[in-house]
Design a protein around this ligand. Structure first.
Ligand code: AG3
Length: 282
């Protein structure tokens, strides 16, 4: 294999030069490949879809973490579904208010191989005393746990293969059940230019359990196609309208240095292009 061609969108793909294959095997749940590239550094793909690159992972991890945590403020308990590479966990634990971060990952191999080949992505987060790592099915966990969280972050693969169950109405209902009053759920929701149905489906499915739901955006170069949509749901509609001064004050107090996230960008990320608004139909 001299190149890696991502197979995700119909008739259009991205292709990486491979300078070295580091790992390539079928885990219990999916095909996992790790390789080195000249442009994006080290890359991990699951079932032929790029999940993480050392070059741009911070964009996705910062936006999927700091937006809900700073919108809510003083967050203590966070649940992460998926995210076995530890990037969301790393960003979550940068908030001193966080007392417990529970990470529920289906595939132990993702955690083990990320620790071995992408140590900077978790950057010690798995050994933090606040971390509780649980290897099980996220669907089962949210259906059964009696713990309650301020924020639930779903860092999933796309809705094909093992990730599909994390895009259902019953899963969102169980996430709602796991939230403290006025808590917030955020999810990975694809690239709407190519995966528009995901916006329409998630919009309708989240609305069944939450009083308010929408999307916000981030641009992640290796999730090709422009904007990525991140799903947002809460019973507190005010959380997606927190004013920028409050966000700036919380961000400054948290003393977190980011490479993509800024409070102004946080605010702006909820302003959606018309084609995404059009996909949000009941
Ligand atoms: N999980 C999200 C990958 C989404 C890729 N999808 C796409 N390009 N449409 C990434 C895991 C990072 N912790």
């Amino acid at each position: 294999m001299k190149r890696f061609d991502e197979i995700l969108h119909n008739g259009y793909s991205q292709s990486f030069d491979i300078t070295r294959i580091i790992f390539h095997e079928k885990t219990e749940h999916q095909e996992l490949v790790i390789f080195e590239t000249p442009t994006f550094g080290r890359v991990m793909a699951l079932d032929n879809i790029v999940q993480v690159t050392t070059r741009d992972e911070h964009v996705y991890h910062e936006m999927l973490t700091h937006v809900p945590l700073l919108a809510k403020g003083n967050v203590k308990d966070v649940l992460i579904i998926g995210g076995g590479d530890g990037g969301i966990l790393r960003e979550t634990l940068r908030h001193a208010s966080v007392q417990h971060a529970t990470l529920v990952e289906l595939d132990r191999a993702v955690v083990d191989l990320s620790l071995e080949h992408f140590p900077d992505i978790s950057n010690g987060a798995f050994s933090d005393p606040r971390t509780d790592l649980i290897i099980t099915d996220g669907v089962k966990f949210v259906a059964e746990t009696d713990k309650r969280f301020d924020v639930v972050i779903v860092d999933s693969t796309d809705p094909v293969g093992p990730g599909e169950v994390l895009f259902t109405e019953s899963f969102y209902a169980d996430c709602h059940r796991c939230l403290k009053e006025g808590g917030v759920l955020v999810t990975q929701n694809g690239v709407p230019f190519f995966q528009g149905d995901e916006v329409t489906n998630t919009y309708q499915r989240m609305a069944k359990s939450f009083a308010d739901n929408s999307f916000y955006t981030a641009v992640v170069p290796t999730y090709i196609g422009g904007f990525m949509t991140l799903g947002w749901a809460s019973d507190d509609a005010g959380l997606r309208h927190v004013d920028v001064e409050t966000l700036r004050a919380r961000f400054a107090a948290a003393q977190i240095k980011c490479r993509y996230y800024t409070p102004d960008l946080h605010k702006a990320a909820f302003a959606l292009p018309q084609f995404i608004l059009d996909l949000m139909r009941k």
